[in-house]
Design a binder for this molecule. Sequence first.
Ligand code: F6P
Ligand code: MG
Length: 430
Amino acid sequence: VTPWNEYLSAKYKRSFAYHTVRNRLPVTVTQVIDHLSRSKEALVQTYGEGSREEIKQIIGYLSKLKNEMQTNKPLISLEANEVDASDWNNFLNTTEERLGRPLLWFADVWLHIECYLYRRIRESFALTKHLNQYDPFRHQKEEAFTGSLQAISVVGSYLLKLIESDAKIDTEQCVLQFLKLSLWGNRCDLSISGGKDISQVENPLDMISTLDELILVNDLQKVWSALNSTSSGPKIIDIIFDNSGYELFSDLCLAHLLVKLGLANKIRFHGKRVPWFISDVMEHDFHWLIQEMANQTRAPCLSKLSTMWKDFLSSGTWTYLTESFWTLPYSYDAMKQIDPELYNSFEGSKLLIFKGDLNYRKLVGDVFWPHTEKFSVALRGFEPAPLVTLRTIKADVVVGLQPGQAEKVAQKDTDWLVTGKYAVVSCLVK
Ligand code: F6P
Ligand code: MG
């Protein structure tokens, strides 16, 4: 039995955290190793003879990393000279001091351990010269986009029709619909679903209307009020991205609609600095997707949208930002102290939209809250601006449920916390 108010951790053998550290994360490392071995000759062709030795070096590093994890060795410091290395090492040192022992894979906070694993995968490339900027998950992200082109075209042509139509549209209904598309887009991360979900969906618009009962906390009306609120000054909205591919596309459609309807005049997108949780958006993925849309000659609506999105970017209506904080291990209550500049930059934002499971875990701190705990309590003081989380549930932490609600869902579905089938939309308005 896992105690309430403890952190999620692989020390609880029956938890999803344990399953992840024991089974899922080693598979992720193995997949990177296999990919490198398989693509060796192609990589050498692209990155030069000098990369041949480096591929060997990275494979060796990753095999050792996997072994450290599987044998519960201490977490070690980072060596490569990267902008966030000192922040990471500070984190490791201060936590070690507090615990009076080194951090261990199967003893400490799952959130920290899982972030550390991805940061160590990054380290294996950071220590090389030719492959320094190589993203070992890029091919998977790109394949996932291609696999979901059918769904993307359906949503794209629908959006285009809406924004080009002269008929008066029901603003509220449209915004809610695109919020839901973006919410359910989060089912498609590659670490859990492998992106399979959406490649099998022909029409996401039909799908989302049937999913409302799976939204266990539904603050969409609150979100609408926040978006629709009138205030003087610039109307800035921040979207803290999660995954590339279909999910990213659905987020950009939402962003387009918000601008088009005058609910925002500036949107700031926030992505990851390093390859993260397999499918998370990096700057290259963002621009790649928009460019790839332009190349879809068989779906002219996508190339049209692509041109419009490029215009948003060149006019500064949309901006893409990469802050290191998102790939540090901290939960968001620590942002004010660790990265005050980022925290303060949110002041005056109309709404922060946090996408996905990992952002949710960082919002509520990966704590075993009672499921009936209030979202506002679980945020532990993180309130830089009004905020909402659009998250499909893939980890055993959820708050904001009604008494008895968790038990009822669990009766129907024992895996309800980890499959991404259910969702929460929790909104905090100051
Ligand atoms: O919780 C399971 C998990 O794989 C975690 O590793 C991670 O928090 C999450 O799912 C990834 O999902 P998302 O892309 O929605 O953050
Ligand atoms: Mg993700």
